[in-house]
Design a protein around this ligand. Structure first.
Ligand code: DAH
Length: 339
């Protein structure tokens, strides 16, 4: 029995030394110290020993059990630590790697130009007013002297929500809302989105932006309109910019005019962008029609005013020499990065 115990000790020690995983160690433990293990089997035979032998074998068996137990614990610790070290070294973070730079966005070119426009008009004493994009037929057309079936509605076909509710085709409706809600003197601009069922091309889009302007006071004349708009264009485009006023018709102004800028793509010679005309229409304007003033409860015998509506995309295109308005909406960073 003594030899058996010594063999168990030697074999167990060898097996523990060659164990590589926690499972290997656990197997050794079961094999020697488990309920059906080799050492347990020997302890069970102790009853058959003489009273001389029993304490000697008993002591030896205890020593072997303690020895194996300690070896198992130590080896388990070693294997677990080795595994942890391996994991730590394979997962370590290289703190010397350069970080990921966050790219900062910036304002869209349309917002940049709109901010400039606002600043110019605020400098001339104008307020900035907001209006709804979902409008009623009354504010978008009727109150602007465009009753149902008026031919001027043809160029402003839009998206109807129901018979009387639509996506506004122009910012001119804000003129009406402003005159209804305030007393002259009025000096305001109102920028915002407008909608038309137009096909997309280099100068048209079903959604675009306008800036409406309105001045109402005693003694306002067409010279005030011309002077204000010329001052505006020179502030925006520089003293050398060439604009022209051309007679036109709008139902809500009398007299009315359109303002063209010399084509910035061809310098007035004629090209695809200006449809060979040399000029690009940029703005509609005129003296507020007496009927419109009356519709808003303002006495045309006492007050007069001028109004204008300008396309934000068009002035931004002229400002940056952009020849296709689709670029504003495509969100291509190679384009947007340039501003
Ligand atoms: N609403 C016109 C358009 O969308 C532009 C316009 C013309 C606005 C004359 C005005 C104006 O205020 O007086 O084409």
């Amino acid at each position: 029995m003594q030899t058996q115990l010594k063999n168990i000790k030697v074999e167990a020690e060898r097996e523990i030394a060659s164990a590589k995983t926690p499972k290997d160690i656990e197997d050794v433990r079961v094999k020697y110290l488990g309920k059906k293990g080799a050492l347990t089997a020997i302890l069970k035979q102790m009853g058959g020993l003489s009273s001389d032998e029993r304490p000697i074998i008993g002591q030896l068996a205890n020593e072997v059990r303690d020895f194996i137990g300690e070896k198992i614990n130590a080896s388990m610790k070693k294997i677990k630590k080795a595994r942890l070290d391996e994991q730590l070294s394979s997962e370590k973070i290289d703190v010397t790697l350069p970080g990921m730079r966050k790219t900062l966005g910036h304002k869209h070119p349309l917002s940049i130009v709109l901010d400039e426009v606002k600043e110019i008009f605020v400098g001339m004493g104008f307020d900035i007013v907001d209006g709804p994009e979902i409008e009623t037929d009354y504010y978008n057309f009727e109150a602007l002297n465009m009753p149902k079936h008026h031919p001027a509605r043809d160029t402003q076909d839009t998206f109807y929500i129901d018979e009387n509710t639509l996506l506004r085709t122009q910012t001119s409706c804000v003129q009406i809302r402003t005159m209804e809600n305030s007393e002259p003197p009025i000096r305001m601009i109102s920028p915002g989105r407008v909608y038309r069922s137009d096909a997309v091309d280099a100068t048209h889009s079903p959604l675009f932006h306008q800036i409406e302007g309105l001045v109402v006071d005693r003694g306002i004349t067409f010279s005030d309109l011309k002077g204000t708009l010329e001052t505006f264009f020179q502030a925006l485009y520089g003293q050398g910019c060439v604009v022209r006023f051309r007679p036109h018709h709008f139902p809500y102004t009398e007299p009315s005019a359109e303002v063209d800028v010399q084509c910035f793509s061809c310098g007035g010679h004629g090209c695809r962008l200006c449809k060979n005309e040399g000029w690009i229409e940029i703005l509609g304007c005129g003296m507020v029609h007496p009927v419109v003033l009356k519709n808003c409860g303002i006495d045309p015998e006492i007050y007069s005013g001028f109004a204008f509506g300008v396309g934000l995309e068009r002035i931004a295109m002229r400002r940056y020499n952009i020849n296709d308005m689709r670029l504003f909406y495509e969100n291509d960073v190679r384009f947007l990065n340039q501003f």
